[in-house]
Design a protein around this ligand. Sequence first.
Ligand code: AMP
Ligand code: MN
Ligand code: MN
Ligand code: MN
Length: 284
Amino acid sequence: MTRIQNADLHCHSTVSDGTLAPEALAQRASANGVELWALTDHDEIGGQHRAAAAAKAYGMRYLTGTEISVTFIGHTVHIVGLGFDANDMTLQSGLRQTRGGREERAMEMSEGLAKVGIKGAYEGALKFVGNPELISRTHFARFLVESGVCRETNEVFRKYLTEGKPGFVPHRWASLKDAVSWITGAGGMAVIAHPARYKFTPNEEFALFTEFKALGGQGVEVVTGSHTVAEYAIYADTAREFGLAASRGSDFHSPEESHTELGTLPFLPNNLTPIWEVLATRIQ
Ligand code: AMP
Ligand code: MN
Ligand code: MN
Ligand code: MN
């Protein structure tokens, strides 16, 4: 097999907070030349069978995927899982448990927004939800744009949905240890998603990578829609320093909202081990 370069191993469908169905994402990825694809819905693997079937229909190789919400030293961190057995019961129940608090959190978010005069946000957000177990801040952001409170979702996050803002509700997600063990226990590999997004201090970031590695984590996203070109180089160095394989993914959510299209990022730098080479036997 020729060496895969255009792998896109991070995106979201209507099964979490994306706006396209798994089949439409597969079509779009294929049209953009993606050779190896993974759908990585937040805390969900309900779209995996559809995504794998659609990948096959469009002639792409496929790796199972998910993006688990984790609380690490008081911050939310995302861990991507790739190449696991989607029928694994421990992984399924861990993800179900992680999704569990979302509805209550959403109602509290709505109360917070009501206090600053934005009424009916819970019901409004629900209109955008494709999976009743997965109401996310993104769905609130879409409602606030639709109702004219903000012009775009980014602005909603900045003004209403991030720490200290009226619609922000602190939430406790899975532990790093559990997330990594659910993924690896199901035969997959754990990958730190978009590390530059966390705005960690150097000490906090070192703690994350050290603990992740000690728990059996194997990869880090280097080229992602959430990183700048300068950050590709920084996390390429971090991957080498910690002996981690590198991943590449757009984090595509929606044609209207996402600035990075499926399959259009630069390829991984040459001197890294692509995670899909380590996962070769798990590729469908
Ligand atoms: P949640 O899991 O409900 O906390 O929502 C997290 C999701 O919100 C992320 O996966 C992104 O899709 C989205 N998000 C986070 N920050 C921003 C931002 N600044 N602009 C747009 N979307 C964002
Ligand atoms: Mn998202
Ligand atoms: Mn993420
Ligand atoms: Mn994501």
